[in-house]
Design a protein around this ligand. Sequence first.
Ligand code: HEM
Length: 400
Amino acid sequence: MSNTEQTGSVSSLLSEALVADPHGTYARLREAAPVHRTATPDGEPMWLITRYAEARAALADPRLSLNKANAKTSGEYRSSMPPELDTHLLNMDPPDHTRLRRLVAKAFTPRRVEGLRMRIQKLTDELLTTMTGPRVDLVHALAVPLPMSVICELLGIPETARLDFRAWTDTLFSPAPGAATESRTAMRQMHQFLKSVIEEKRNSPTEDLLSALVQARDDRDVLTEPELVSLAFLTLFAGYDNAVHLIGNTALSLLLHPRLLTAVRGGAVPIRSVVEETLRWNPPFALAVRRFALEDVSIGNALIPAGSRVWVSIASANRDGREFPSPEVFDPTRTPTHLAFGYGVHYCIGAPLARMEAEIAVWSLMKRFSELELAVGLNELEWWPTFHKRGLRSLPVMTC
Ligand code: HEM
């Protein structure tokens, strides 16, 4: 049993130490125990799962609900979303989840995703052409603008509205410290905007995900209006920020391993395997969505009481030596059993798109510049100061 588990009132493990050194801190927690009783930074009690086997089982456990109506406590950490934007897959359990997921999966066809390949390549090439070296910030110049354009094309957000859309999104994902009011305003504007785009799609449907969802709602009445708006919001919420950080983290994996970079350039190692190993080694979505125990649930060393909130650390599970030999080593030849896209009924629906974006972006970057190296030391890299995600604020490189 971990120390944290034996004390009555516990301090939060989701602390500055975890933000400053996630992998080192998780390594210590993982060795101590698979499950830890702790608290959110707001002081709400919670359970943190750190080992692979327990994490994978928990992600697929139907006794752990994503629906926050099942929370025992009223305060829901970091969840200030209004219901108009929050009635979506990551806040639902079967059978509602099954109904909605089926609809989204229908609209999110492999054909629609594959159809984006040429566009993603073109958008990437345009961004690369405008990059002038020798020093470039890859996050700013490539990792951020590419997924934003892709998500807008996928949803069918008109070109004219994209600047506003991007500004609200940036406020929501990267709020300045203490900018709660700006976030609330951005959320309200985003809500109004999504409603108006949906109305437009209703009147003149186009070939995109939003039109497909609108049609599903109107033809068969299987989707409520809040569900429709929330799904649009979820696609943005789940698809944008994570994709940004997957591109940044993949580029970083190569910059930190110059011999691997040469091997990928020469075709000896496929870029696909580098993306896959990055998903294990430095997963963008570091902490899965919180879950609530519907009954007393025994996991690993812990008996988690009904109503408790449970967080699964994907970042920790992905570096568990019980599943991945020499877990600290970046090895693109591994079998990809990582949990970066989740596991079970909530497995990420955008995984093929995310992989495609990162592969195209980083491969094209390597082709564009015959030399690429980090422009700052490893310790000078700036990560977003949060335990929820693992993403770079900037990635300065020297190019030529
Ligand atoms: C690198 C990029 C991405 C990562 C690491 C990622 C990660 C994840 C993870 C871990 C989950 C499961 C959450 C949980 O069970 O707690 C998830 C769910 C989901 N993701 Fe992604 N995601 C990425 C990109 C995308 C993209 C591009 C889209 C859409 C455009 C997307 C849409 C979704 C949706 C709709 C769900 C909810 C599925 C459900 O509940 O049935 N994701 N994602």
